[in-house]
Design a protein around this ligand. Sequence first.
Ligand SMILES: CC(C)(COP(=O)(O)OP(=O)(O)OC[C@H]1O[C@@H](n2cnc3c(N)ncnc32)[C@H](O)[C@@H]1OP(=O)(O)O)[C@@H](O)C(=O)NCCC(=O)NCCS
Length: 176
Amino acid sequence: MNLLDEISTPHLLLRRLTADDLDDLTRMHLDPRVMATLGGIRSLDETRTWLAQKLEHWRQYGFGLWLARERETEQFAGRGGLQHVAIDGRDEIEVGYSFLPDFWGCGLATELARASIRIAFTVLNLPEIVCFTLTTNRASQRVMQKAGFRYERDFLYQNLPHVLYRLRRTDVAAAD
Ligand SMILES: CC(C)(COP(=O)(O)OP(=O)(O)OC[C@H]1O[C@@H](n2cnc3c(N)ncnc32)[C@H](O)[C@@H]1OP(=O)(O)O)[C@@H](O)C(=O)NCCC(=O)NCCS
């Protein structure tokens, strides 16, 4: 078992995605409130393809997205973590997070983002990571700011206006 396969934070259990997560993820991907900022709802088949890519990412790199359960109830709450992404032709590693609406506003995305940052810098020894979202997604931008990311620039991702935030390991070391 990989060190990163399961981790916990004060309110979350984070576990490496598996093929068994298809039903939970499909439920989330069929919720228009969640998917409004993620390119629209995804069907079961689209989620199956999406999940296969995420499982392959874990196999290839040894890190990826976790399924997030609320620690107290063990209920499925969301997903997130670290993954490669191409931004303007450059390979970056992003922190991503999404939660079911019942769990919004409790600080869980920020908790997951902070755990991802800690893993990125102390376990994976990455020099820097990014986070990005639609310019209109204020909640996500607030998560980035609370987790310590700094605004870098606006850019187009999949032809839609996004903001790019970045965090360097040296920024975190300087803040300690
Ligand atoms: C974005 C998302 C992950 C935030 O999750 P969350 O667990 O509610 O986030 P947190 O509770 O850690 O923090 C949210 C912050 O945004 C703020 N916020 C929420 N809605 C906001 C809005 N419309 N405008 C400005 N700030 C807003 C909250 O007040 C909170 O900040 P605060 O702690 O200073 O009060 C969640 O809304 C979600 O899953 N959305 C759908 C999927 C998505 O957009 N994922 C991100 C893609 S980049």
